[in-house]
Structures are given as structure tokens and as C-alpha cells.
Design a protein around this ligand. Structure first.
Ligand code: B12
Ligand code: SF4
Length: 320
């Protein structure tokens, strides 16, 4: 079984890109500790707990030799939040509109792994993860040639843009590896300037304590008042730093039914969302990545966005 055969099969399974990185020798991994020490992980304790394992995939799979990385486009045919002037419209990050990527991509990775086992002359060890394991997926994606890590910290493919889910298979197989992707951000700083809460504190460095994605998805309890205005009408996650990126201006869209917007979240108003009963919300959250914030987290965010919309009406600043 060759590296090209694996990539070809990955495409047949619905992955839009597949590359292979060596398991070792990635100096970027050391930045993770520094990022934690600066407090940029906020309350994501699981990142602190798994820091040792994240330093090297061989702490996860001792005989690891290669990391197969997949990218799957989730972009669909809907306008960007920065194009919407209506403060009463709920903004939900596009990765969350469809089915839960952990389930969909996880099942596809398992199918790829099963196929690899059926084709391999000798048994091998492997672990497959999509956002679920102690692995710095973006670093391996860059070294697998999928795309570079942009100033907004996302992996940007020159052909696919950054609206992609990453997945990894760490394995003990010796496979031909790809050349790393080259940084193409150049002198552009659009994402840094556009972030509503100034969360990109330096190129490639994101302070989660300020990031709307962290605040609306991961943060438990009240959101500090200083960030309420910046949250605007974002009720779950945020895409602003990717929407303004020139490499997403003509990004390809996915026809995969898994990523198409569920009617419950498609162009929905804040008022409509706030009126949904617990049963209606629970039904819409089933099998959705938005389960992570739970119904009460979503209600907390909607209340902040509604208050922001009201302020915009009172101050005559509806248009951003
Ligand atoms: C924690 C986490 C978050 C946190 C922190 C995000 C962050 N930028 O660090 C929060 C909750 C804020 C978040 C938000 C989002 N996330 Co998230 N998140 C993760 C997770 C679980 C770990 C990331 C992490 O460890 N961050 C800490 C930083 C320090 O590590 P890192 O991202 O690996 O960065 C490395 C490089 O930047 C490297 N580096 C390389 N070169 C350089 C150069 C310089 C100068 C510097 C300083 C550093 C540097 O250093 C780091 C490694 O040590 C990954 C899945 C995974 N297991 O990897 C998904 C992941 C990164 N998230 C993802 C997504 C989709 C999102 C959102 C778009 C969701 C949304 N719309 O709301 C936003 C994007 C916000 C953003 N600009 O990052 C995708 C990204 C796909 C892609 N194409 O890049 C991932 C890979 C999940 C997946 N499997 O698809 N996320
Ligand atoms: S907006 Fe500009 S600086 Fe930011 S990630 Fe895209 S190309 Fe890089």
C-alpha cells in the first residue's frame, strides 16, 4: 500500500484533501506550552491536562512514523456574517450548521483505516482523531502540505481555503511524506484588524479569553461584560477572521448533505431563537456540533446578542 493509494482512497471516501507528515521533527509544537503559560487557553483545562501528550505524537503512539492528515470542506452557499447588516439575525459559525463533524469525519477516518488494514501486508498500529485526541492537528496539516497556518491561526489551503475540518490518522507505517505548505499570508493583516474582540494578539497567536468562539462555545458561566459588545449577534462561534481572508473569497462549496444548514439554524432571527421551547432546541441540537454549548449556553448567548441588537436600534447603529 503506497502513500498515493491512501490519498486516492481518502478522496473516494469524501475527503477533499489528504497529505502525509512525518511523525517527528516539528519545531512549531513547542509553541503550545508558551501559549498555555500566557493564559491563552482560558478555562480549557483539557488542553493543560494533555500538554505532555500534545508535545509529540509518539507520546500517543510510541512507534508512530507518519501522520495522515485529511481536510474536508464544509463551506456552503450562504452569505458571510460580515455581509449581514441586520443585527437581529443570529450569527452561527458555519462549521456548526450541519451534522456533527466528530461523528461524520470520525466514521470516514475509521473507514479509511479499515481499508488500510485490509491492504497492508503486515499489521500496524494506528489512532484516528478528529478534534478528539491530544494532537496539534494544524501543525501536522501544515507539514502534510494541506495548507499553511495563517495569521488567523487557521490552516489555509491555497485551493480549498480554510473552511475545512481536519482529521488525522497517526500510524506506525513507513510512508512517503509530503513537503510542508508554504506561508502565503505575506503582508496581509485583514484578519487581525477585523477580529471584533482583538483576539489575534500577534500573527498566529490567538488569545482564547477574548475569542468569540471560545466565549460562546467553551466558556461556562457568565461571559465577562467587557466582551458583550464585541459579541454582536454571534450566538455560537465566530467566523469573522476567516470571512475576511482573501483565500476564502472564492472558496469551493460542499454539496455534502452532512454540512448543509439545518432549517433550525438557517437564516434565523434572534427573536425566533429566543422563543424556541426547550424541546424544540433539544431536537435541533441532536446530532449537531452545537450540543457542546447546550441549550442554556445558547440561551445565554442569544440574550447578549438581543441586548446588543436593542442597543444598536437605540443608538441608530444597526448597520456595521
Ligand atoms: C482549542 C481549539 C480551539 C480554541 C483555540 C483556537 C486556537 N486558535 O488556538 C477555540 C475555542 C478558540 C477554537 C476556535 C475555533 N476553532 Co478550534 N480547535 C481547537 C483544538 C481542539 C486545539 C487547538 C490548539 O491546540 N490551539 C492552541 C494553539 C497554540 O495550537 P495550534 O492551533 O495547534 O497552533 C499551532 C501553530 O499555530 C503553531 N505555529 C505554527 N507556526 C507558527 C508561527 C508563529 C509565529 C506562532 C506564534 C505559532 C505557530 O503553534 C501551535 C502549536 O504549538 C483544535 C483541534 C486539535 N486537536 O488540534 C481545533 C481546531 C483548530 N478548530 C477548528 C475550528 C474549525 C475552529 C473555529 C473556526 C470554529 C468557529 N467558527 O468558531 C474557530 C477558529 C478560531 C481561530 N481563529 O482559531 C479546526 C480548524 C480547521 C482549520 N482549517 O484550521 C480544528 C483543527 C478542529 C478540526 N479537527 O477541524 N478552537
Ligand atoms: S486574512 Fe490575510 S493575514 Fe489573515 S489568514 Fe488570511 S491571508 Fe493570512
Amino acid at each position: 500500500m503506497t502513500a498515493s493509494e491512501i490519498k486516492e482512497h481518502a478522496r473516494a471516501l469524501g475527503f477533499d484533501a489528504c497529505g502525509i507528515a512525518p511523525a517527528a521533527g516539528h519545531p512549531e509544537l513547542t509553541f503550545f506550552r508558551e501559549w498555555l503559560d500566557r493564559g491563552y487557553a482560558a478555562d480549557m483545562a483539557y488542553l493543560q491536562r494533555s500538554a505532555d501528550r500534545r508535545a509529540d505524537v509518539r507520546n500517543v503512539l510510541p512507534n508512530a512514523r507518519a501522520v495522515i492528515v485529511t481536510a474536508t470542506v464544509y463551506h456552503t452557499d450562504r452569505p458571510y456574517s460580515v455581509e449581514c447588516a441586520d443585527r437581529g439575525r443570529a450569527q452561527i459559525a458555519r462549521y456548526a450548521w450541519g451534522d456533527d463533524y466528530h461523528d461524520v469525519i470520525g466514521a470516514r477516518l475509521e473507514r479509511l483505516l479499515e481499508w488500510m488494514r485490509s491492504r497492508s501486508a503486515a499489521p500496524f498500529d494506528a489512532r484516528a482523531y478528529v478534534d478528539t485526541g491530544p494532537v496539534q492537528e494544524r501543525v501536522y496539516a501544515q507539514h502534510a502540505g494541506i495548507g499553511w497556518i495563517g495569521k488567523n491561526t487557521c490552516v489555509i489551503s491555497p485551493t480549498l481555503g480554510s473552511w475545512t475540518f481536519l482529521g488525522v490518522i497517526i500510524c506506525s507505517l513507513s510512508l512517503d511524506v509530503d513537503a510542508p505548505a508554504l506561508d502565503q499570508c505575506g503582508s496581509c493583516t485583514l484578519c487581525i484588524e477585523a477580529c471584533p474582540t482583538q483576539a489575534i494578539v500577534a500573527p498566529g497567536v490567538l488569545d482564547s479569553t477574548r475569542c468569540i468562539s471560545y466565549l460562546t462555545i467553551e466558556h461556562r458561566g457568565d461571559i465577562p461584560a467587557e466582551h458583550h459588545a464585541g459579541i454582536g449577534s454571534h450566538v455560537y462561534g465566530c467566523d469573522v477572521c476567516q470571512e475576511v481572508c482573501p483565500f476564502n473569497a472564492v472558496a469551493p462549496r460542499s454539496g455534502d448533505p452532512a454540512w448543509q444548514p439545518r432549517p433550525a439554524w438557517d437564516a434565523v432571527d434572534l427573536a425566533t431563537l429566543s422563543e424556541r421551547t426547550d424541546d424544540e432546541l433539544a431536537a435541533a441540537l441532536r446530532g449537531s456540533p452545537m450540543r457542546r454549548a447546550k441549550a442554556h449556553g445558547l440561551r445565554r448567548n442569544v440574550a447578549i446578542a438581543l441586548s446588543n441588537a436593542q442597543t444598536a436600534v437605540e443608538t441608530g447603529t444597526e448597520r456595521r
